[in-house]
Design a protein around this ligand. Structure first.
Ligand SMILES: C[S@@+](CC[C@H](N)C(=O)[O-])C[C@H]1O[C@@H](n2cnc3c(N)ncnc32)[C@H](O)[C@@H]1O
Length: 474
């Protein structure tokens, strides 16, 4: 590797160009074997200023087979069984993909967590652990094994940004019920930190998500099942620039055509400037929505010439009365929530630019606006209330897709996407996640010389199915 050592670089021996390349939050995986050497090169040095040689532990030890000799010979590689009480590690890499095939094996889970604890104890202060893990797809639903494991590890290490490995999507045949392709491998990064453990993550449980019931096939969705895809949105029209965060209509159309038939009702409870409604009408579906901010409703309405199949309410999506003017039952919901209060935190530069251009920097000043709630738990409570309302208005056996990102606030990761799945799994079946990956954004050298801070260019598209049996949305 052509890396001229930067003496100020505390984390690794990479130059800024190589550092930058690694920071993209997703990458194409050409084989199922994880690129361990790239991780070792990013998360450890050959030699440290105090004179010790970089020391890493790989589990299982057989991972060394896939590593370039140049990376291996420059470091001390230890096996987990050989770790003594006083051994210090600069980096650890753990392959836990086997858990996806052993979701019910509590003994194996416990052994895995014990081993991960052992590695955490051996890590030096501020050193990293990477865990490779997959979610489990079965014939009816997805069990978020990766995120459940992350919860456990977060009890003793601090979770940092994830990187997702994208395997080639298999050719997509129709599957009923619908679940996405199994083409994602999670590389979850954790850091050993002195700081107090984040209270959100400190009480792990071996929670098993709501199981899909066999013999409940649901609606026969089409075959858009790619676990990930790259989508480059076209430039935004001037009239919708006012809105700080909208999703692209052409992307939404893929989902709408996958999950509905012409003439059916598509719903967005947080319609913004109406992207999902525009997309629905463009594919001959009917469009219903709720939006809190009257200014966005006005913009959304101005985008329709024919309003016969449009019902858009100005109101609070958490309040049952907002749904009264809408059709009783929807065939599909596609939506995106405020990413907590992140717009109020967004980079000063971006916000200053939007202010100068006379554009809105956040959604509204309304206290009911979910983007204005500073407490994360209170925000999640309210979001759950909205989605319970939505689920109550969804036809049984039909689907809802939520586009969202995990958020990072002042260096702490709040796994919003995972938390939504955890909460909604109490009343909906989690069909699975797909990733909208972006490759048209410029990389920024966040954390250069010190820490792993990714450029997050993947969005979670979480799809749920409403069970056909009894359902209470209260
Ligand atoms: C991420 S944006 C949705 C953008 C939309 N998908 C688009 O493409 O234009 C979230 C929207 O939720 C709205 N919102 C926030 N709290 C709300 C609430 N309680 N009820 C209804 N809408 C709300 C915001 O005004 C904002 O427009």
């Amino acid at each position: 590797m052509n890396a001229k050592a930067d003496p100020k670089n505390r984390l690794n021996d990479l130059n800024s160009k190589l550092w930058l390349q690694f920071q993209k939050s997703w990458f194409a995986l050409s084989s199922p074997e994880p690129p361990v050497d790239e991780f070792i090169s990013f998360f450890s040095k050959k030699n440290y200023p105090d004179g010790h040689t970089g020391t890493v532990c790989l589990v299982p030890a057989s991972l060394t087979v896939h590593i370039q000799k140049s990376v291996l010979t420059q470091r001390t590689v230890l096996q987990i069984d050989a770790l003594s009480k006083d051994q210090k590690l600069d980096y650890a890499f753990y392959d836990a993909r086997f858990l996806a095939d052993n979701t019910e094996n509590i003994v194996l889970w416990q052994k895995t967590i014990e081993e991960l604890r052992l590695l955490a104890t051996a890590l030096r202060e501020l050193a990293y652990l990477t865990v490779v893990v997959r979610n489990q797809r079965n014939a009816h639903a997805t069990d978020p094994v990766a995120w459940r494991l992350a919860r456990h590890i977060s009890a003793f290490l601090t979770q940092k940004d994830e990187k997702i490995g994208c395997l080639e999507n298999q050719s997509s045949e129709q599957q009923i019920p619908w679940v996405p392709n199994d083409s994602i491998v999670y590389f979850l990064n954790f850091r050993k930190q002195n700081s107090a453990t984040d209270d959100l993550r400190s009480t792990p449980a071996f929670a098993t998500p709501k199981q899909a019931v066999e013999g409940e096939p649901g609606y026969a969705a089409k075959n858009f099942r790619d676990g990930w895809y790259v989508h480059r949105p076209p430039r935004r029209d001037k009239n919708v620039m006012l809105h700080p965060a909208k999703f692209p209509e052409d992307l939404v159309q893929r989902y709408i055509t996958n999950f509905t038939e012409p003439g059916e009702w598509v719903f967005d409870p947080m319609a913004g400037t109406g992207s999902s409604l525009v997309a629905a009408l463009a594919c001959s579906r009917k469009a219903a929505g709720i939006e809190l901010n009257p200014e966005f409703v006005k913009i959304a309405k101005s985008r329709f010439t024919v309003k016969k199949y449009l019902k858009l309410v100005t109101g609070d999506a958490a309040a049952p009365e907002s749904y009264h003017p809408l059709p009783e039952q929807m065939a599909y919901c596609i939506t995106s929530p405020p990413y907590w209060d992140m717009l109020r935190m967004r980079g000063a530069e971006t916000q200053a630019k939007r202010k100068k251009q006379g554009l809105q920097r956040w959604y509204s000043e309304d206290a009911r606006d979910l983007g204005n709630i500073a407490d994360y738990h209170a925000f999640l409570d309210l979001l759950e209330r909205v989605y319970r309302q939505v689920a109550g208005h969804l036809l049984p056996g039909r689907y809802m897709t939520i586009i969202v990102k995990n958020v990072k606030k002042q260096g702490t990761i709040y796994p919003l996407a995972w938390d939504i799945v955890e909460r909604l799994s109490a009343f909906l079946i989690f069909a699975g996640e797909q990733f909208w990956c972006q490759d048209d954004q410029r990389l920024a050298p966040f954390g250069y010389r010190y820490a792993w801070v990714s450029n997050t260019f993947h969005h979670y598209c979480l799809t749920f199915r409403k069970p056909e049996g009894s359902f209470s949305h209260k």
